[in-house]
Design a protein around this ligand. Sequence first.
Ligand code: AMP
Length: 464
Amino acid sequence: MLLRNLSNLDDLAYYGKKVLMRVDFNVTIGKDNKIGEDYRIRMTIPSIDYLTKRGAKLILMSHLGRPKKTDEIKAKQTDKIQQHTTSEIDINAIKQFSLLPVAKRLSELIQMYNVSFIDDCIGPKVQKEIDKMDRGDILLLENLRFYSGEELNEYNFSKELASLADIYVNDAFSVSHRKHASIYGAARLFDTKLAGLNLKKELEYLSMVKDDPVKPFILVVGGSKIKDKIGALENLLPKIDKLLVGGAMAYTFLNANGVRTGDSPIDYEHFQWVKNALSNYRDKIILPIDNIVTSQSFLKLKQEESNEKKEEGKEGNDNSRFDSLSSSVSSLPSLVSSSSSSVSLNKGAIEEGLLGVDIGIETVQQYSSIISQNSNGLVVWIGPMGVFEIGLFRNGTNNIAKSMALAFWRGSKTIIGGGDTLDALKKAEVSELEVTHVSTGGGATLKFLAGDEMPGIEVLNKIP
Ligand code: AMP
């Protein structure tokens, strides 16, 4: 689909104009108000630069998490004030989802610009702040999802947003599958609506994957939810040369192929689809030949420990001993045998009472060599190979990340998508610069590859 993007307008078209740009600043913010991974913020810098350098007054809008709706809270507060009760808890609920820490991070990243923040996203207070803006200034609005009108795509809320600016830009691919007010309703109301540079880049790479993939094309798929990936797989299977399956979903594939999988999670709802895919694409689909297995109770214990560490902000401490080992595939047997009798390397059928939590050594070697030897081709990776949040079960994911980097250095186009992938890259100490393209959208990437409707993209071609 041909979309108008920022570079299609004359430079002067932005001079002194108010530009409302939808970005995705939905990042994790710690209890100390520190931003976790700021990739999503950094991705918007090219569009921010482009617009501010051309004299636009740039108004940024985003959602953050799933907050309670302040319009509903305010209604309740009015009740409480009438009943003379405190509303302190409600204020904390607001603070937790405020975009103020993001505004601070953004101004640290682009120090030469004047970045300000306003604690609302519509109404007279916001209008007044915009009136004060100079050319090249940046204003970040408060979390859109404080208003129920955002997710409900309400006309009045959309109209209020649209009244803030002259030009609309969508630079948030990761939310473009949603028909929300800031992505669809408000965008519709603008005469001039454009794709931002990040959105443009996402569409170029993902359209290539979907419609005209570079060959040989290898798809690596993992994670747990088959349902989310069926659309993309149906579209891509005819075009790919090899599909490497890992993660929890591999056990449904193995089971459908007649292998005993013990207590590994099996997706019976999509079992028939998997069986059909296996029979239609027998030569293309490659499944794990060995796995790291453990008991349900040990997995639960490790998950609880990992969650506690996350809450305390000490994530990953207990993994240090495995991190150094996991960088080398050959050291895994000693890791498995010495770390705990609760974890073992298993070839073939998995016994009752055990479940697969990562791909095994031979599988890692096989997958790694297929990926890293694909020079001048295309490798797309979506979803982790195991329960990678836990150091013990991260070896497969780490090695796939490293093989992706090797394929990149050997001249392949490499694309990583899915919600966990940036985290997986970071844990494997692979830089995002060693990947051709990191897709910021989890659900959006899969929906786009499935050929589903993308309201936030389609609206850019609509006449108001
Ligand atoms: P998805 O959202 O479908 O990409 O799934 C990502 C999640 O799959 C991660 O949180 C992983 O911990 C989980 N996962 C990957 N492999 C396994 C496995 N073998 N057993 C259970 N969960 C897994």
